[in-house]
Write a protein that binds this ligand. Structure first.
Ligand code: 5RP
Length: 229
């Protein structure tokens, strides 16, 4: 993880994709933090005017308020113009794994309600095969969450309940649990896994974002690249 690269990706995305009077989806995470900070600076300096953001988590809502970014909601603004969000892994087709920060449900809903999804990452997140380095987060209902473990095993994954402390499970902003599903060697067929998860009772959302990103702003030590399809 390189904080400086995260900052470069975030600032480039704001400069390149955000304009006056836009409504924005505000993602979640340590890379998005720098985008929020940059948006706040641009607003304060008067270089950006009349933007409003929909936060994807309670954390982002707090940070946006700190940086003086006006907030709104999806009810009043569909579609949003642009969502800027981070990711845990990105492949060459701009498919993503998201959700290590726990905000995948709101992130996917906000992204799906946006005309453009711009992803900001440092080069450590760019992979050939999704699931190579990180588990796939799967948000599940608390009720009988245990039954999802053998289901995920049938898809080829070893799933573990995400914990907040040694004894307390992590609970999302939506009141659900998260199972982190690790696929040894990566996910061989992301469409098949996404399809299976979409139809599974008790699975509320999953962290595969397939065909959703319009651009990935990838910060490398050699400079910032814009990946598009
Ligand atoms: C949160 C996410 C984040 O976008 C993802 O985890 C990347 O976070 P970071 O920028 O801190 O590495 O999906 O649910």
């Amino acid at each position: 993880m390189d904080t400086n690269l995260k900052q470069q990706a975030a600032e480039e995305a704001v400069t390149r994709f955000v304009r006056d009077r836009m409504t924005l989806g505000l993602g979640t995470g340590s890379t998005v933090y720098f985008a929020l900070r940059k948006l706040g600076e641009e607003l304060a300096a008067g270089r950006l005017k009349q933007i409003a953001g929909v936060p994807t988590s309670v954390d982002t809502e707090r940070q946006a308020a700190t940086f003086g970014i006006p907030l709104t909601n999806l009810r009043d603004h569909i579609p949003l113009d642009v969502t800027i969000d981070g990711a845990d892994e990105v492949d060459d087709d701009l498919n993503l794994i998201k959700g290590l920060g726990g905000a995948l449900l709101r992130e996917k809903l906000v992204a799906a309600s946006s005309q453009k999804l711009v992803i900001i990452v440092d080069e450590s997140k760019h992979v050939t095969r999704l699931g190579s380095h990180v588990p796939l987060p799967v948000e599940v209902a608390q009720f009988a969450w245990q039954v999802q473990v053998p289901f995920l095993k049938s898809l080829g994954a070893h799933a573990q309940l995400r914990m907040s402390t040694a004894t307390e499970p992590y609970v999302t902003d939506n009141g659900n649990f998260i199972l982190d599903a690790r696929f040894p060697g990566g996910i061989p067929d992301v469409r098949r896994v996404a399809e299976a998860l979409a139809h599974r009772p008790g699975v509320v959302e999953h962290g595969l974002f397939l065909g959703m990103a319009h651009a990935v702003v990838l910060a490398t030590v050699g400079g910032v690249q814009i990946m598009t399809i």
